[in-house]
Design a protein around this ligand. Structure first.
Ligand SMILES: Cc1cc2nc3c(=O)[nH]c(=O)nc-3n(C[C@H](O)[C@H](O)[C@H](O)COP(=O)(O)OP(=O)(O)OC[C@H]3O[C@@H](n4cnc5c(N)ncnc54)[C@H](O)[C@@H]3O)c2cc1C
Length: 416
């Protein structure tokens, strides 16, 4: 049964981080927006996520007027540091960028409430996108189904797929996904954080990885990301295997307290890349690019890509130019900002060990605060790979020559 027809400037499918960001900014710009979410629960949240929002995403949170609310809810401003066998790579505290960590069960409702409170935004909970409406080749709306099985057609100038890694909207629109393999799996659990340390830490145990993300409520999430040959051990007793990996973390200045759970596991997380626009359609957040969670980029990029899209299509929604022009601008922005990062993330995601260049880079950055600061800007996704290489290559060679040559006649020492 088709009950009603709505006319909107934009229909956004998915009221999580990316969708709510685009809805807030489009609504503030005067657009009429339907924000469609299949979960009926206003407090719904993404369960499997280590919830570190990188520093690159923080300016968007400020623009959305959400940073204060996130910190007031217990979100902590956290720096990022990396350990390899050559030591810690960490920028001096006063030069290190700060992200923000708040569990998704608190973060998602804050963001969704802000979207629902924005003039022009109609949040439609409990509605699932089931079909796209078309005008020739162009997408011109979405058919949604409510919990009682009642369908409604929502017509719009622009349809936005913000429906995550498995994007049904992209599939309905025939936007192909390129899938790149992921060679690791992840288990995680929350622990008490008796040290109160606020640093987010990643230990590259080459090729295994451990990580700790302090967050609200005096908690820290410990994560084990291991190559798939270790899966049988984790499957047998996931909790014991996770605790063993936490106990084996080297050079940790802190130790976790009691494990409080829940135990989370994600066994398959292939990288997924889609072209972010088609006629009448844009994809944002994970729907456009879902990469290895190891580097904690997805939430920041969901906020950022939602904002890029809203900025790029604003003139078209005001009738100042054809929509395709705004969509082309968004495609270029998305590509310029994220393609290089995604390339290197995907390259490491297959579970391989460090290559000689990476070894040299970590070796040098662990010995030189200037390099560590540049590395920090890159890892927190504030500069692109080309900018990072331009800044670091000559200095890395100089530091490595100074530090390594006397020891090994030219090679990077195996460990400190
Ligand atoms: C193990 C793991 C750890 C991670 N850790 C981090 C981290 O530390 N930091 C970080 O930045 N990122 C991390 N990520 C990635 C992060 O979770 C995602 O990148 C982020 O949630 C993407 O946000 P989104 O808004 O694009 O999509 P999602 O958060 O996936 O939201 C999609 C929304 O669309 C809705 N939806 C789906 N289909 C429909 C439909 N047909 N109709 C209506 N609604 C629909 C869903 O209900 C959901 O609300 C991690 C991911 C994993 C798997």
């Amino acid at each position: 049964m088709v009950r009603r027809a709505g006319e909107y400037d934009a229909v956004i499918v998915g009221a999580s981080l990316a969708g709510c960001t685009a809805a807030i900014l489009l609504g503030r710009g005067g657009a009429r927006v339907a924000l469609v979410e299949k979960s009926p629960d206003p407090g719904a949240f993404k369960r499997i996520c280590s919830h570190m929002v990188q520093a690159s995403g923080v300016p968007t949170l400020e623009r959305l007027d959400l940073l204060e609310a996130i910190v007031a809810a217990g979100g902590i401003r956290s720096r990022l540091r990396f350990w390899t066998e050559w030591g810690w790579v960490e920028a001096p505290p006063e030069r290190a960028a700060q992200g923000v960590n708040l569990r998704r069960e608190l973060l998602d409702p804050i963001v969704r409430e802000a979207a629902a409170a924005t003039a022009g935004v109609e949040l439609m909970l409990g509605h699932e996108a089931v079909r796209l409406l078309r005008d020739g080749d162009a997408v011109r709306g979405v058919a949604v189904r409510d919990r009682d099985g009642v369908d409604a057609d929502l017509r719009a100038t622009l349809v936005v797929g913000a429906d995550g890694r498995e994007s049904h909207v992209a599939e309905l629109a025939g936007v192909p996904a390129k899938t790149l393999p992921h060679g690791r799996f992840a288990y995680a659990s929350y622990f008490e954080n008796p040290s109160g340390s606020l640093d987010s830490s990643v230990w590259f145990l080459d090729p295994q990885i451990s990580a700790a993300f302090p967050t609200d409520g005096g908690l820290v999430l410990y994560v084990a990301m291991q190559t798939k040959d270790r899966l049988p051990e984790f499957r047998r007793d996931p909790k014991a295997a996770l605790l063993a990996s936490v106990a084996a973390i080297p050079e940790s200045s802190t130790r976790p307290g009691r494990e409080v759970g829940p135990l989370l596991g994600k066994l398959q997380m292939p990288n997924r890349v889609r072209g972010p626009v088609a006629p009448g359609l844009a994809l944002i957040g994970d729907a456009a690019l879902a990469t290895d969670p190891l580097f904690g980029v997805g939430c920041g990029w969901a906020f950022q890509s939602g904002a890029w899209l809203a900025d790029c299509v604003a003139p078209a929604l005001h009738g100042a130019e054809p929509l395709q022009k705004g969509l082309a601008r968004y495609r270029r922005r998305h590509r310029r900002e994220l393609r290089g990062h995604a390339f290197f993330i995907h390259d490491y995601a297959n579970g391989r060990r460090f290559n000689p260049i990476e070894k040299l880079a970590f070796f040098a950055a662990a010995r030189d605060p200037e390099l560590a600061t540049m590395f920090d800007a890159y890892a927190t996704r504030q500069i692109r790979p080309t900018q990072m290489f331009a800044k670091t290559i000559p200095r890395t060679i100089a530091v490595a020559a100074r530090e390594a040559l006397p020891h090994r006649g030219g090679g990077v020492p195996a460990s400190r």
